[in-house]
Design a protein around this ligand. Structure first.
Ligand code: ADP
Ligand code: MG
Length: 242
């Protein structure tokens, strides 16, 4: 479903991603972790071309991401993305937040887009809040809306960049619960997160990044299963967060 081959990226002369390769199969859930500044956000953003790359290639399904001819709105409509800070439109109601991209990018009619959005709003348990504005919801509720909004585009895979790290602790689980459900339904997911409980529960693989490189890419059981084979950096990292 997603394939990165020898991806390198620079900010000026600073090499932020160094020869990263990974492939994520349909229905696979991959957790990416690693120290702050290691390139996790940059890597995940390259998958839907929010960050251009200088070397290597990325394909999503049959779409060549780093090809000038690629229709980026179409690519992004196939790849759902959820950020740390929700990024809802503050001046639009929740219902309109859910409908907007469906109308603008997918060309759906207003009524159809609203009905489709409402289905997903119900799934994340927020149907009663459709007429409210983002500012009237809690952080956890806003993040669930952001997930519903991405799902309403019928994506083939979902990217999450630390979706719970800006939330008050008591709201983390309501968002993780939605993500766990999605994973269990077979959605292909790439999640940058330090929520190792989530990783243990639903991840198939864990990728550990350090200084722009993929240092480890292992099955979950292998990753959590014991010391052998861990790099010194991931051992240190895990000892701090577990
Ligand atoms: P992570 O998500 O793992 O914390 P990032 O991908 O955000 O890491 O950043 C990786 C590195 O790239 C950091 O050193 C960061 O300072 C740098 N960086 C991120 N965005 C930019 C940018 N737009 N311009 C220059 N450097 C950047
Ligand atoms: Mg980041």
């Amino acid at each position: 479903m997603i394939r990165l081959e020898n991806v390198s990226k620079y900010y000026g002369s600073f090499k932020v991603l160094s020869d990263c390769s990974a492939s994520i199969g349909k229905g696979e859930v991959v957790v990416i972790c690693g120290p702050s500044g290691s390139g996790k956000s940059t890597l995940i953003k390259t998958i839907n071309a929010l960050e251009p790359i200088q070397q290597g290639s990325i394909t999503v399904d049959d779409i060549q991401v780093n090809d000038r001819a690629t229709n980026l709105p179409r690519l992004r409509s196939r790849v759902g993305m959820v950020f740390q800070h929700f990024e809802l439109f503050p001046h639009l109601s929740i219902a309109d937040n859910l409908a907007l991209a469906q109308i603008k990018v997918l060309g759906r009619g207003k009524e159809q887009a609203h009905a489709h959005g409402m289905k997903y709003l119900e799934r994340v348990g927020l149907k009663a809040h459709a007429a409210k504005y983002p500012g009237q919801l809690s952080g956890g509720q806003q993040q669930r809306v952001a997930i519903a909004r991405a799902l309403a585009m019928d994506p083939i895979c979902m990217l999450f960049d630390e979706p719970t790290s800006a939330l008050d602790p008591e709201m983390v689980n309501e968002v993780l619960d939605v993500m766990v459900e999605l994973a269990q339904e077979g959605m292909t997911m790439v999640c940058v997160t330090h929520e190792m409980g989530f990783a243990r529960k639903v991840a198939h693989r864990v990728i550990f990044m350090d200084q722009g490189s993929i240092v480890e890419d292992r099955s979950k059981d292998d990753f959590f299963g014991g010391g052998s084979g861990h790099s010194e950096r991931s051992r240190q990292f895990l000892s701090k967060i577990l």
